[in-house]
Every structure is written in C-alpha cells, then in structure tokens.
Design a binder for this molecule. Structure first.
Ligand SMILES: Nc1ncnc2c1ncn2[C@@H]1O[C@H](COP(=O)(O)OP(=O)(O)OP(=O)(O)O)[C@@H](O)[C@H]1O
Length: 293
C-alpha cells in the first residue's frame, strides 16, 4: 500500500516526492509491474511512457493508493491527487456542482485555483458535464484535482482527449502550477513529442519493468545518435541501444558510460543529440527486438 506521509526521504539535498522500491503488482498470475524502483524528486514534471500494456496505469494506480502492491513498497510525500484515464465526472452535475463536491470532499480546497483552471479553458460552469465534450469533461476533472492543492499530481493520459492547441495549453498551465506551488507532476502519455520542454524527468516502462528512469537532461546527454558509412559497430565505445543499416549507411543510438565524454567522431561519421521522442522510440524498439536493457 502506498504510504502518504510528510516525507518519503531525500537523496542528498533533494527531497523525494514519490519513492517506489521493488514495486510489483500482478493480476491473478500475470505480473503487470515488477521490481520497479525509483525516486522522483520534488517539483519535477515526470513523463511516464511505455507501449500499450507496459504497466503505466497499474503503476499510477498503485502509487495513488487505489490498488495494493503485491511486492515492494511505495510512498508519496503530502497529498496525492490522481486523475484516471476515464476523467471521471458525474454526468448530471454541472462544473459548478463538481467544484462544490470538491470543496466538500477535500480537506484542503482552493476554489480560486479550480475556477481559474475552468475559466482558462472556457468551460461553462452551469452545463451538465454529460453535455460537455470529452475534452471539456477532462478539464473539469483537472480543475478538481488542481483545486485539491496536491503535493503530487498524477495524471493518466491527460492529453488523450484534447485537441493539439488544448494539449499545448494544458501542459503550459501545468508548468505554471508547478512553478507557483512546487507540486510534483507524474503524467503518463503516448504523445511523447509534446512533452519536450515540459517534462524534466522520465520513467520508461516496458513489459512492467522500468527500462530507464531519471533526469531527462542526463538521459539525453548520455545517449547519442551516430550516422556514417555501413558498419557493424558504432564509431565510439558504449552500449548500442539501436542500430539500423542500409547498403551504404549505418545509424546507431549509443548509450555512453557515465562520465564518458562525447568524442569528436571521424570525418565520415556525424553525431547528434536525440530528441525525447527519438530516445523513447529507440529504447522501445530495442525492447521489442530484445536487444534492450
Ligand atoms: N484489471 C485488470 N485485470 C487483469 N489484467 C489487467 C488489469 N489491468 C491491467 N491488466 C494487465 O496488466 C498489464 C498492464 O496494464 P496497464 O493498463 O497498466 O498498462 P498501460 O501501460 O497503462 O497500457 P495503455 O497504454 O494501453 O493504457 C497489461 O498486460 C494488462 O492487460
């Protein structure tokens, strides 16, 4: 069971908002999550990514304390709010009714903040939620979560029902909430490209296991793309995450060892930094081929 306490510990000077230790969850005999260990520092915006069925929803549900773990432990510091994929709202309630419910159910309630979110996205207060679009209903669910002033906000695929403009606006609003309140955000998504510049921490799940986790800048700094003449090996030492070849050309994604500098590569090779999406795709592809970590 997730322990919600004032503090779940710190690493050096950094307070930890969410800690998972060897966390495991199974449905009957099938493990959906296994040996999941990470420390998410406070004030971060963490992207939880992975293929369909990787275990993202299971992880969030366990972290939110709505499902018991079968192995290991999890803890979150302070108040946790969780918005599930279904973005639950009562169909016959208006947004204003939902806010009243939020005020009634939450120990801490910030009406101004919740109303500000609804106003920002022009959600009518008096219309029954059942008559709002899917994206608008999602905004009502977000407003409720924001109004509860969580220390840790977990959102399961928050961008799924939203149009491209709304997705950009929601991520921008989340960032400003983080800046104002210092809360920690964990959000799962398949729209990885849109988290560039938003997420600063990554949790990458594959088949229920944590494939990679950590500070996004660190992860991206240690993974480099190389393109050059057809070759079985890359032009640098390191772990090959992904390799692609055609008759004349080879491309590699290489994980450099910690502290290993990026050397200048020979004339026919070029190197480049990866985008978040390229990094995630390379890792997922490697797992699919069975070459990944
Ligand atoms: N209630 C359940 N009963 C049985 N198996 C389940 C249940 N919920 C999830 N699973 C299984 O657990 C695994 C992880 O599912 P989960 O929903 O956590 O993945 P996900 O990464 O969130 O997937 P998606 O991206 O498709 O939402 C899958 O194999 C899924 O079939």
């Amino acid at each position: 069971m997730t322990t919600v306490v004032d503090s779940v510990g710190s690493v050096g000077d950094t307070a930890i908002a969410v800690r998972a230790q060897a966390l495991g969850k199974r449905y009957r005999s099938k493990w959906a999550l296994r040996e999941c260990t990470f420390d998410l520092p406070e004030g971060r915006v963490a992207a939880l990514v992975g293929a369909n069925g990787a275990g993202k929803t299971t992880l969030m549900t366990v972290l939110a304390g709505l499902l018991d773990a079968d192995e290991g432990s999890a803890g979150a510091a302070g108040r946790v709010a969780f918005v599930s994929q279904e973005k639950p709202v009562y169909r016959h309630f208006s947004a204003a009714d939902m806010l009243r419910l939020g005020a009634h159910l939450n120990v801490v309630w910030d009406e101004t903040r919740a109303r500000r979110w609804l106003a920002r996205f022009e959600i009518p207060l008096d219309k029954a939620c059942g008559k709002l679009s899917g994206g608008m209903q999602a905004q009502v669910a977000f407003a409720l979560a924001i109004g509860s002033r969580p220390s840790v906000l977990m959102l399961d695929e928050p961008l799924a029902n939203l149009d491209p403009l709304a997705r950009r606006e929601v991520t921008a609003e989340l960032l400003s909430e983080v800046a104002e309140t210092g809360m920690t955000v964990l959000l799962s998504t398949h729209v990885v490209a849109e988290l560039a510049g938003v997420a600063d921490y990554l949790l990458l799940l594959a088949h229920g296991r944590l494939l990679a986790g950590g500070d996004l800048d660190d992860l991206l700094a240690r993974h480099v793309g190389y393109t050059g003449p057809r070759s079985d090996v890359p032009p640098v030492r390191g772990t090959v995450v992904d390799a692609r070849h055609n008759d004349t050309q080879s491309s590699f994604v290489v994980e450099l060892a910690e502290g290993q500098p990026r050397h200048v590569v020979g004339g026919q090779w070029s190197q480049r930094s990866l985008t978040l999406e390229e990094y995630v795709l390379a890792q997922l592809e490697a797992t699919r081929k069975g070459t990944g970590a």
